[in-house]
Design a protein around this ligand. Structure first.
Ligand code: 3HC
Ligand code: NAI
Length: 700
């Protein structure tokens, strides 16, 4: 039996209410399209119907095309979305959309096929197709500009953002915002005449090819690599053609774009964003502790940023420092950060004051007694951390979650400094902590499910994407990063310069390459981490890059001192290549007996990225990451791996693990036998002819 997903109900006043009811979000499946089309045909033929209201059941109006149908052949028996929208527009009765909730993509295209729109207070309205690597594909690129003007429509389509009801009202996308939007829509349908948007060209003014070219140029910095956004502008630019021709071209681009690596990556990222919240190791019914009040220990680079996340979410924070002076410095930085945000118009001065008022400083541990979670962000030194955790164990109430922001230290060792290791967990934020979205949560051997659940639920509440990982050196992100920076270090000894490597990685889509990143993070920080690791594990007889230590000994600590791998002018973050560094690198090659050679961009990319994927395979096999998607999100949100490539493991699946294995075997033989041995899991997936994702899926 075919399920009913479009229901109709006649009101005594002659209004027929058509309700889309396809949980959870009323996505436009083949059944929705076909049943809505049939409903509109029936309305056209029914003389009793005076007007129509289209609305959605539950919390959504219509969330757009059913993304799960993408990548599969369309159902030949189902109606298309465009013909359904034309059936709405051409039914001969005034049709009003009652936008009760999320109205996205094809959902807005249906609403734009209606003659008028009314929103409820909780509506979210937009065309987010570009976030899935495609473009609006059912007349949206031709209708939205006709409603709100070309520039405003481009801004909405290219950003992919969903607007609130109020914003939609101010853009004149909706006629009104009403609590009972169905009733308001019904009244409008009784009062207003049919008005077809596709026949209204009055807002198509002041546009030319030049206008669109200039618009595209303005997008390049922010949207480099996000091809769908550029294709969307192209589709809107067809507004200069007839509606029919433009819609046909829009469809062509939509269909072509859906089958691109970008679209597959963006869909993967979309579903991963949701899947990451359901970790297989946390039983579904595990309770999370309620976090009403937080504590932070250490108000340095990270502690201050972490505190801001809580304040932004309205959670009061007590920040503990060693001295009044350190506290004052930390608060000054926080205040400056907020003031910058106010200056950019992103928050009001009032909001800033409210957030600052949620922060309390102290130098007394006892003030942390009643907080629900403490996040420690003191110096990266095991003895210091153990001391801090020993005190926290004594002063904090029963039930407080004790979290550490360590980036390299063993969570279990820290937990053992307390009498409650089940309450100890890693919450690894990324710098700048108030900006970067990743919260890499680390489960120690004794961490309880409840503690883990608490930090997993806390992430989204403070604006972060929480990814759960196991405890190991470097956790997921930095452990993979070591392999990448190590090869970058070898490449400069073998024949290229930092700027060559950084350019290839930038062109691949990361915000910066490994050398520029080293300058940002601090050459001294990298040096100290290496020294600690040598102390812990001893020196191996494996080859290690040699130049970074020399840069450190020159006192070139990176951006903070205006010089590192590159030079920096005061107040300018643009890296300038430096001749002393070039000479240092060439000298290192001589000392190592390496004859410098030409290295292709392909080799640079493969030597940096394939070892990173290879380490990801080890991390997966060890269960440090439960799923390949967890690794992908760590890299997208923590390191700016291009979302349009879906994260390193998705990217590997897209290229094909066999290709990666073949090249790693080649480089292990020809260049670096020490570090490039393919991971057993890489060999396994290639042997079985599956992807990392498929391996993850069969494991479950
Ligand atoms: N198709 C299929 N499933 C969808 C979906 C869609 N369009 N939108 C959401 N879902 C699923 C989610 O995957 C999730 O499934 P899960 O529970 O199994 O993880 C479930 O619905 C609930 O989604 P959220 O957790 O995201 O629910 P929220 O209430 O937080 O958000 C939303 C609702 C704002 C609608 C958000 O889901 C969203 O942004 N969805 C995507 C909207 C979109 O991109 N639409 C455009 C589609 S492309 C298109 O329309 C092409 C057209 O131009 C031809
Ligand atoms: P930082 O040196 O900027 O700040 C540390 C702060 O802790 C200082 O203000 C210091 O006064 C304070 N402090 C030290 N001992 C203390 C104690 N016993 N009680 C109270 N306060 C104390 O260091 P940063 O960079 O903020 O790092 C903090 C932690 O975060 C480290 O574990 C580091 O590995 C980790 N981390 C750092 C990242 C970065 O990019 N800086 C990224 C991710 C994690």
């Amino acid at each position: 039996m075919i399920e009913t997903v479009v229901e109709t109900q006649d009101r005594p006043d002659g209004i027929r209410v058509v309700t889309i009811d396809n949980p959870p979000v009323n996505a436009i499946s083949a059944a929705v399209r076909t049943q809505l089309y049939d409903a509109m045909q029936a309305i056209a033929a029914d003389g009793q119907v005076k007007g129509v209201v289209i609305t959605g059941a539950g919390r959504s109006f219509i969330a757009g095309a059913d993304i799960r149908e993408f990548g599969h052949p369309p159902d030949p028996d189902a109606r298309g979305l465009t013909e359904t929208i034309h059936a709405v527009e051409d039914c001969g009765k005034p049709v009003v959309a009652a936008i009760n909730g999320a109205c996205a993509g094809g959902g807005l295209e249906i609403a734009l096929g209606c003659h008028y729109r009314v929103a409820g207070p909780r509506a979210l309205i937009g065309l987010p197709e570009v976030n899935l690597g495609t473009i609006p594909g059912a007349t949206g690129t031709q209708r939205l500009p006709r409603l709100i003007g070309v520039k405003a429509a481009l801004d909405m389509i290219v950003s992919g953002d969903l607007a609130s009801s109020e914003k939609a009202l101010s853009h004149c996308i909706v006629e009104a915002v009403e609590e009972d939007c169905v009733e308001a829509a019904a009244q409008l349908a009784l009062q207003r005449p049919v008005k077809k948007l596709r026949e209204d060209d009055s807002r198509i003014v002041d546009v030319s090819d030049d206008f669109f070219q200039t618009y595209k140029k303005g997008m390049t910095r922010r949207w480099r690599g996000f091809e769908a956004r550029f294709r969307a502008v192209e589709a809107v630019s067809n507004i200069l053609l007839s509606y029919e021709d433009a819609v046909a071209k829009e469809r062509e681009i939509f269909v072509r774009q859906q089958d691109t690596a970008e679209a597959r990556a963006m869909r993967h990222a979309f579903f991963s964003d949701r899947e990451v919240t359901r970790h297989p190791s946390i039983p579904k019914d595990t309770p999370a502790k309620v976090i009403r009040k937080a504590g932070i220990v250490g108000c340095g680079t990270m502690g201050g940023g972490i505190a801001m996340n809580f304040a932004n979410a309205g959670i009061p924070v007590t920040i503990m420092e060693m001295t009044e002076e350190a506290l004052e410095n930390g608060f000054r930085v926080i205040e400056k950060n907020y003031a910058n945000t106010v200056a950019k118009g992103r928050i009001s001065k009032e909001a800033m004051d409210q957030r600052m008022a949620l922060l309390t400083g102290t130098t007394d541990y006892n003030d942390l007694a009643d907080v629900d979670i403490v996040i420690e962000a003191v110096f990266e030194n095991m003895d210091v951390k153990k001391k801090v955790f020993g005190i926290l164990d004594k002063v904090c109430k029963d039930g407080t979650v004790l979290a550490t922001n360590t980036s390299t230290l063993d969570i279990d060792e820290i937990a053992d400094a307390t009498s409650r290791p089940e309450a100890v967990v890693g919450t690894h934020f990324f710098s700048p902590a108030n900006v970067m979205r990743l919260m890499e949560n680390i489960r120690g051997a004794k961490t309880s499910d409840e503690t883990v659940q608490t930090v997993m639920k806390l992430g989204p509440r403070i604006g972060k994407v929480a990814v759960l990982c196991g405890n190991c050196d470097g956790f997921v992100g930095n452990r993979m990063l070591y392999q990448y920076t190590r090869q970058a270090g070898f490449l400069i000894e073998e024949g290229v310069l930092p700027q060559d490597v950084d350019q290839v990685i930038f062109d691949f889509g990361l915000p910066m390459g490994p050398f520029a990143m080293g300058d940002l993070a601090g050459i001294d920080v990298g040096y100290l981490v290496r020294q600690e690791r040598i102390k812990k594990y001893g020196r191996t007889n494996k080859r290690e890059p040699s130049v970074a230590d020399k840069v450190y000994h020159l006192g070139r600590y990176g951006q903070k001192v205006g010089k590192g791998w590159y030079d920096y002018e005061p107040g300018n973050r643009t890296p300038k290549p430096n001749e002393q560094i070039t000479a240092l690198i060439e000298q290192a090659s001589v000392e190592l007996g390496i004859k410098r050679r030409q290295i292709s961009d392909d080799e640079i990319l493969e030597r940096c990225m394939y070892p990173l994927v290879n380490e990801g395979a080890k991390i997966l096999a060890e269960g440090i990451a439960a799923r390949s998607l967890d690794i992908d999100l760590v890299w997208i949100y923590g390191y700016g791996f291009p979302r349009y490539r879906g994260g390193p493991m998705h990217w590997a699946d897209e290229i094909g693990p066999a290709r990666i294995l073949e090249r790693l075997e080649y480089y292990a033989k020809e260049r670096d036998p020490d570090w490039l041995e393919p991971a057993p899991l890489l060999r396994e997936v290639v042997g079985r002819g599956i992807t990392f994702k498929e391996w993850t899926d069969c494991k479950r």
